[in-house]
Design a binder for this molecule. Structure first.
Ligand SMILES: Cc1ncc(COP(=O)(O)O)c(C=O)c1O
Length: 339
């Protein structure tokens, strides 16, 4: 194994030793297979290549001070993958198969789970693709479910330092009655162009608005959005955003510490009133936001005026990471171990 600079890992692909695969054929899932090749071989008419029959998940394994390796709410990822499969008519991997394959992929690559103390983790990428052949627009009859892992640092290079993001009202991420609430590749393809433009203009991500009225906040690139004011944690409710497992967990933690939690429409104008705002997700963890600029109007909203994350975001971040790495008691039963 190569020497890895654990403290400076990007959020990117890093080859590990094994991945785990399972095939759905003749109406059933087969045996779990282990591969040491990063390549897959599929038919050129596979539906994942033409009609977007592709869904994925993103989760992490965390190594604690005690050297134990923890998964965080894997069952929520398994359920979300099933919803994604249902949403685009793919075969759903059973929860137990999901758990077996995720655990196996982590366990076989245990040396790549970053040591405690670097803010790094082993990112787990379950992937479900239509491999069956179709030329007309139809769902496949065969699927491949694969899990690979890769050690990562924080998604935004700023880590827990505040980032700037851009409202891009000339692009929609997903349609209100479309596939925005499931984790399918097409949603991400649609976000590439505005995101690359935002990066070129100096922003870390795009803040998407609701596609119907362009009035309400949807989500922040590959993360949910939240705002904090008057001891309330406020996060958008929308049919076109991905229900984030991190956000769901933070809502619980906010409630545990006596905050009011509001999941509702968040109009753009409300940005003026927040004391703190941030993005949250498995990859982003909690990323504080220091500036939001509306590209169309030029209007700018500023937070973290001292250059640091706000006190509420900091407290929630510490609590969440504390549970994930095993420093805080797991009072909600969110953590399980990989042997
Ligand atoms: C579009 C989008 N929103 C939100 C999230 C955050 O979700 P989670 O906290 O489950 O990782 C992700 C990442 O999975 C995402 O891709």
């Amino acid at each position: 194994m190569q020497n890895i600079d654990w403290g400076n890992l990007p959020f990117g692909y890093f080859q590990t030793d094994y991945n785990v695969r399972c095939y759905y054929r003749n109406g059933q899932w087969g045996e779990v297979e282990v591969s040491s090749s990063p390549q897959i071989s599929i038919h050129m008419a596979a539906t994942c290549l033409h009609y977007g029959q592709e869904a994925f998940e993103g989760m992490k394994a965390y190594r604690g001070k005690d050297n134990k390796v923890r998964l965080f709410r894997w069952d929520e990822n398994a359920k979300r993958m099933q919803r994604s499969a249902d949403g685009i008519l793919m075969a759903r991997p059973p929860e137990q198969l999901f758990h077996e394959m995720v655990s196996k992929a982590v366990s076989l690559n245990k040396d790549y789970v970053p040591p405690f103390g670097h803010g790094a983790a082993l990112y787990i990428r379950p992937l479900l693709i239509g491999t069956g052949v179709q030329v007309g627009v139809n769902p496949a009859k065969e699927y491949m479910f694969l899990v690979f892992v890769t050690p990562v640092g924080p998604y935004f290079k700023e880590g827990f330092n505040p980032v700037s993001i851009q409202i891009a009202s000339d692009f929609d991420r997903a349609a209100p009655q479309g596939t925005g609430s499931i984790k399918v590749g097409g949603n991400y393809a649609g976000s590439l162009k505005p995101t690359e433009r935002a990066k070129a203009e100096g922003y870390a991500a795009v803040l998407f608005l609701d596609a119907k009225e362009n009035k309400y906040i949807d989500e922040a690139g590959p993360a949910n959005f939240f705002g904090i004011k008057n001891n309330s944690y406020i996060t958008p409710k929308s049919t076109s955003i991905l229900p984030s497992i991190t956000n769901k967990s933070i809502m619980q933690l906010a409630e545990d510490q006596g905050m009011t939690v509001e999941q509702r429409k968040v109009p753009i104008e409300e940005l003026e009133t927040f004391e703190e705002v941030g993005a949250c997700g498995t990859a982003a963890i909690i990323t504080p936001i220091r500036k939001i600029t509306d590209r169309k109007t030029g209007k700018t909203y500023e937070y973290c005026k001292d250059g640091k994350a706000g006190p509420v975001s900091t407290k929630l971040y510490k609590k969440l990471q504390g549970i994930q790495y095993g420093d805080e008691p797991d009072t909600h039963g969110w953590v399980s171990f990989v042997q």
